[in-house]
Unconditional design. Structure first.
Length: 322
């Protein structure tokens, strides 16, 4: 009779058993010349240049296992890195994962995490090409994403110029609304609140819009990871310009509005300052014809910083050291 522990854990398999279990769940795409199994992976680089981005996710800081299952954590960890590659105007090709896990982590949680990595990468045709695993008291994820520019110039943060327009593709405010609901312990009753909570657990970046923006002549771009105001502040600083946002241009989605009503919050503040949605924000020439996925929310002018016309916004976004 099992009294204390029924689940098989990673400690039961040992390091190499864990590695074999992970790699067995990971098919490799065409960009992978040599996948897991050697000291390093080998990737094709048709463009001759490789876009690289890396992020850390720490249990208790970026996710909680009592709030999110392994599958959602895997999707989220892959998404935030793949979005960085798309924000350069590149197409993601692969990720490699550094994984720190406790010995008592159930194997089904590890399997779900691996599947989350695999499935999020599959949305853009990328692969999990390799990584490393070690024992750790908490779950720690270090993800590095690679991408290909397909002959395009990278879209940097420093190209915004006065007279241009600022546009956003993707969702804003969902992750902040979902986090607030979970933090407050409010039951996610009804489809709108459930969708807000799902937005915290698993972002939905508009990956395809990164290369589209580059083709349309975007002069600056980034993904919204720390809040729109804070992230556009990086564009303003790098470009030496002022970004002016129009609050009337932002449509507050029903899940965000429903969460704000439940908690007595201002939904626009979540839209403007909430992070981890990984929408894309870009600057375009004023005469560009944007597809429906992009909505113009402001303009670039002479000056510095980011302002929201007609509103005072105290909190600007997420800062890891504040």
């Amino acid at each position: 009779m099992c009294v204390r522990r029924c689940a098989i854990t990673v400690g039961d398999l040992g390091e190499f058993g864990v590695v074999n279990r992970i790699t067995a769940r990971l098919p490799q795409g065409a960009a992978v010349i040599l996948g897991p199994g050697d000291d390093a992976a080998v990737m094709s680089a048709p463009d001759g240049r490789v876009v690289v981005s890396t992020d850390l996710l720490l249990e208790g800081r970026h996710f909680r296992r009592d709030w999110s299952g392994g599958y959602d954590v895997g999707r989220k960890a892959a998404a935030q890195n793949l979005a960085d590659v798309a924000a350069m105007g590149a197409t993601p090709t692969s990720i490699v994962v550094g994984l720190g896990i406790p010995a008592d982590l159930p194997l089904d949680w590890l399997d779900a995490l691996t599947d989350g990595f695999r499935d999020e990468c599959a949305t853009v045709g990328a692969s999990v090409a390799g990584g490393d695993v070690t024992r750790c008291d908490l779950v720690v994820l270090g993800v590095t994403a690679l991408g290909d520019l397909n002959g395009r110039a990278p879209v940097r943060r420093s190209g915004a110029r006065p007279g241009q327009v600022v546009a956003v593709a993707g969702r804003l405010g969902y992750a902040a609304a979902g986090w607030a609901l979970l933090e407050a312990g409010v039951p996610a009753d009804g489809p709108a609140l459930r969708e807000a909570v799902a937005g915290h657990r698993r972002p939905c970046p508009p990956y395809a819009m990164g290369p589209v923006a580059a083709e349309l002549g975007a002069t600056a771009m980034l993904d919204v990871s720390d809040g729109l105001l804070q992230d556009l502040g990086h564009v303003a600083e790098a470009s030496g310009v002022r970004v002016e946002l129009d609050p009337e241009a932002f449509a507050v989605a029903e899940p965000v509005a429903a969460a704000a009503k439940e908690l007595g919050a201002d939904p626009l503040e979540w839209v403007l300052t909430g992070g981890e949605d990984h929408a894309l924000a870009a600057v375009f020439p004023a005469d560009v014809r944007l597809p429906a996925a992009w909505r113009v929310v402001g303009r670039v002018s002479e000056g510095e910083g980011v302002v929201v016309r007609g509103r005072e916004i105290g909190r600007r976004g997420w800062d890891h050291f504040q």
